[in-house]
Design a protein around this ligand. Structure first.
Ligand SMILES: *Cc1c(COP(=O)(O)O)cnc(C)c1O
Length: 463
């Protein structure tokens, strides 16, 4: 199993190297050369299995020789041992055909833990083999950063730098990043939006000399290892609702397109996913692109669902690559246009392929608050604002005989202000974080400038 870049000119890599690298050297994203499929019998036999067992079955075919089945199995067991729910990703019902997939029972209360805890384990195995020392630099709209810090804090041979947009993450999100005491953890508040943080991160990766000097590794959702870990819960959810005998639809609160891309992979592996719905907040570039064929960036409008306040949706590049039939030159050209003109037009053929793969919808701020309020009144479930965006858009796509699953991407206690505004109830943090608001913070401010960032990384690394 080899991995190729969506822009066609980076070296082909095995799974472990693609995972350690993150972004390809030509600026593209790694995708598997082919997507393995699972037979209907094998999918049916997943019914009732522990999450960890399904994870091993779904992921192993993508790993080639990179990790043995025993190594993978051990990594999966350790990754999910700290989750607070035995099902790991439990389903709860909201309405007769509508289910919520709770992905927030990991240590930092967002779905990012599913992938980050696992790649933390896989990184450790790979680094122990080579004795390599790496520098992880990540950009976050809030939840990736805390999940990455939780997964890599205190590890030897790893320095973790997390860039988050100053003043644009929730207080709980910020404190999860700024309160860990381990000296290998560096939370950096950048002046700008998430897109600025992500652009500076890409600048670092595209400086090959710097990249090699510090052993740069990426854990953003552009990392294929993360996408792969997220494929698993599409299988567990769909199988418990009757797949492969019954198709299932998913509504996915979307920002950087990582989570919904994992659903795309599940479908291509043979899971009967009837609909994949891109649910966006008021930053609706993806909904507009799928509706009009024009991918045009505008200014980010900060919202109550900050983890989706994104205009440049990195993983969409992988969806484009598949929609263009694997034409890496065409993708590279679109990405050049995005950089020079702030947008591009999707070809008719590719747009048709994307519309066959995805439906879409958006929720305004008022609609998001109303959904939190109405869902609580009807079911007693408290939704985080991101999950509420998914529930609102899912409700527009309910169809007879088709179970709908909305991904609940974060715990409501991570966004208590929005939840309280909608319902009057302030959801408490779980016991393991009860003192979060009292812990001392460590924050470094950094300019929105690649050179400033490089020198900061260099000096912190050598301390
Ligand atoms: C990251 C995140 C999203 C968006 O997921 P993508 O994979 O970036 O599309 C949605 N909700 C929450 C709570 C998140 O942390």
């Amino acid at each position: 199993m080899r991995y190729v870049s969506t822009r066609g000119t980076a070296p082909h890599l095995p799974f472990d190297e693609a995972m350690l690298t993150g972004l390809a050297r030509d600026g593209g994203l790694y995708v598997p050369e082919t997507i393995p499929t699972l037979g209907a019998d094998q999918i049916a036999a997943m019914e009732g299995l522990p999450y960890e067992e399904v994870a091993a079955q779904v992921m192993q075919p993508f790993l080639g020789e990179s990790f043995t089945p025993d190594e993978l199995r051990g990594a999966i067991e350790r990754a999910y041992a700290g989750f607070s729910h035995p099902a790991r990703a439990p389903l709860v019902q909201l309405a007769p055909r509508h289910h919520l997939l709770e992905l927030f029972h990991g240590p930092t209360l967002a779905f990012k833990d599913f992938a980050m805890q696992l790649i933390g384990q896989l990184f450790q195995i790979a680094l122990a083999r080579t004795g390599r020392r790496i520098t992880i630099v990540g950009a976050t709209s809030g939840d990736t950063g805390s999940a990455a810090i939780e997964a890599f804090r205190g590890l030897p041979n790893v320095e973790v730098f997390i860039l988050y947009p100053h003043g644009r993450v929730s207080e709980v999100q910020r404190r999860q990043m700024t309160t860990p005491v381990e000296s290998n953890v560096h939370a950096l508040a950048i002046d700008g939006h998430f897109d600025d943080a992500q652009a500076r991160l890409k600048d670092l990766f595209n400086d090959h000399a710097f990249r090699d000097e510090v052993g740069l590794a990426g854990v953003n959702s552009i990392n294929w290892g993360r996408v792969l870990a997220q494929v698993v819960y599409y299988f567990t959810a769909a199988v418990s609702l009757g797949a492969p005998h019954r198709p299932v639809a998913f509504s996915v609160p979307t920002g950087n397109f990582g989570d919904i891309l994992a659903g795309t992979v599940a479908r291509r592996m043979g899971l009967p996913v009837a609909r994949l719905i891109v649910a966006t907040n008021q930053n609706d570039i993806l909904h507009r692109a799928l509706t009009t064929g024009e991918y045009r960036t505008t200014k980010v409008a900060p919202s109550i669902s900050p983890s989706m306040d994104i205009q440049v949706s990195s993983n969409f590049e992988r969806a484009l690559f598949w929609a263009y039939g694997g034409d890496a030159a065409a993708v590279a050209q679109l990405m050049d246009e995005l950089r020079s003109d702030g947008g591009f037009t999707i070809s008719q053929g590719a747009l048709q392929a994307l519309r066959e793969a995805y439906a879409s919808g958006r929720a305004s701020e008022d609609e998001t608050l109303a959904t939190i309020r109405d869902t609580f009144a009807a079911t007693g479930e408290l939704l985080c604002p991101h999950s509420a965006v998914g529930v609102k858009v899912a409700a527009e796509h309910l169809a007879p005989g088709l179970p709908m699953v909305t991904l609940a991407t974060a715990h409501p206690a991570k966004f208590p202000d929005a939840v309280e505004k909608a319902t009057g109830i302030r959801p408490p943090l779980p016991p393991h974080m009860a003192d979060l608001m009292a812990r001392p913070e460590r924050i470094t401010r950094v300019e929105n400038d690649a050179e400033a960032l490089k020198s900061l990384v260099r000096s912190r690394r050598s301390e």
